[in-house]
Write a protein of this length. Structure first.
Length: 438
């Protein structure tokens, strides 16, 4: 009798775990830790690379017969088709077919309040797919203030090297210093086309022209001798000030890179000179001001994979970058700013970005993305169940996703009780109108 009771208990316990997994709620509050990429062991690096490559070969559910990984890229691309004004209005996305539905008129994943909730959900789903390949995997984060990180990430045996074969020179008539970039397609080693990392041309388009960037990953990494603000690492003091932001209306655009706030509290827009998260996109992929002042629909030239934001998840470093963005949000939340009151003020955001709005593509099919040029993104999207609904409010507690960060564990609960050290912000414009380069 005891044997049968024990088997019943075991069966019920297993069933509970399965149900909790299906509901996307972990069986324990914290089940795994996202680590700084510089602390990964050689085996952890190898496992991460192998899992990425496996998802690149795993069949998707779309009608184009592209891989699961390509579907993930398509979701990000589709999110950006709901608004033709891109990179803070610096670039107008060519679009033959506009989006439809309540989400139209605002980028579903950027430049507004849901930038952080949307990417938290997006990364979590991708991480679960990686863990279906190897349950030991987590997405490492790229601390962009760490001087060791670039050498670790863009190692031939990890995420591959800089591109090659192209030297670009940009000269300006207004006195702006000449800019020279070296890079191009990644031609050998990990994540090169020769290594099997072929990119779908329709999902690899220039944000300003809609022309394809081809089938190879394209990088224009700055050299180690790049001047401050034009290379890595990013300024640690500025990142520390992000964590001192007093409210979400300051924190979100500061972290995303639409604004910067100086040590004295004065605020500047980041337009031709991207900041923080946006700056990493720009530095890895190559982004420069357009030397031709007559091209008013394309004031920025975006050259590589990750700087052409719809296509940016084709670059594996994208996920490390956004793990760091999520880490900084979690740290800011953990410092006494958890819950809906530490989100955008109700009514200040476009649809899809308010606390209880449905976020595309987890909106039950309410909104349909537009095209990028003539490319219809829809056939590349995965099948998403109509009842798979996610709102910003559902994402505020990172612990429910079953992960934490090594920095939160190191600081411990005592860190949460420290003074927030907030700085006075001298505002120059209303928060809801902030838009910036990505």
């Amino acid at each position: 009798m005891k044997k049968y009771l024990r088997e019943i208990v075991i069966t019920i316990s297993v069933a509970m775990i399965v149900v909790m997994t299906m509901l996307r709620t972990p069986a324990t509050e914290t089940t795994f830790v996202r680590k700084n990429v510089v602390d990964l062991t050689p085996q952890e690096k190898l496992d991460f690379v192998n899992a990425l490559k496996t998802l690149k070969t795993r069949p998707g559910t779309n009608s184009k017969n592209v891989s699961f990984y390509d579907e993930v890229v398509a979701i990000h691309a589709g999110a950006m088709t709901f608004d033709k004004m891109q990179l803070g209005g610096q670039v107008i996305l060519p679009q033959d077919t506009p989006s439809t539905g309540p989400a139209s008129g605002a980028d579903a994943a950027h430049e507004h309040g849901a930038f952080l909730p949307w990417h938290r959900e997006y990364l979590s789903r991708f991480e679960k797919a990686l863990r279906s390949v190897n349950p030991k995997i987590t997405i490492p984060y790229w601390d962009w203030t760490d001087p060791r990180a670039v050498e670790v990430i863009f190692d031939p045996n990890f995420l591959g090297t800089n591109g090659s074969g192209s030297t670009l020179t940009f000269e300006y008539s207004d006195g702006t210093p000449t800019i020279r970039l070296n890079g191009g397609p990644v031609v050998s080693g990990n994540f090169s086309e020769a290594d099997g990392w072929g990119i779908v041309p329709d999902l690899h388009r220039n944000i300003g022209t809609a022309e394809t960037l081809g089938t190879s990953l394209v990088r224009y990494l700055p050299g180690s001798d790049a001047p401050a603000g034009s290379g890595f690492p990013l300024d640690k003091a500025e990142t520390d000030r992000i964590l001192q932001s007093p409210d979400y209306a300051t924190f979100r655009p500061f972290l995303e890179g639409e604004i910067t706030i100086n040590a004295d509290g004065t605020e500047n827009e980041c337009r031709n000179s991207p900041c923080n998260h946006n700056l990493v996109h720009a530095l890895v992929g190559g982004t420069v001001p357009n030397p031709n002042p007559n091209e008013t629909n394309r004031r920025l030239l975006t050259l590589g994979t990750i700087s052409n934001t719809p296509a940016s998840p084709n670059e594996p470093a994208f996920f490390l970058l956004h793990a760091n963005v999520d880490r900084l949000w979690a740290e800011w939340q953990n410092n006494g700013r958890q819950g809906g009151e530490f989100y955008a003020v109700p009514g200040t955001e476009p649809y899809g970005h308010n606390l209880n709005d449905k976020m595309w593509p987890w909106d039950g099919g309410d909104s349909i993305p537009g095209s990028i040029g003539s490319t219809d993104v829809q056939p590349y999207l995965p099948v998403i169940a109509p009842n798979d609904i996610v709102r910003p409010i559902d994402t505020l507690n990172w612990r429910k996703y079953g992960y934490t960060y090594d920095t939160l564990l190191k600081r411990g609960r005592g860190w949460r009780r420290q003074s927030r050290g907030e700085f006075p912000v001298k505002r120059t414009r209303v928060p809801e109108r902030r838009r910036g380069s990505r």
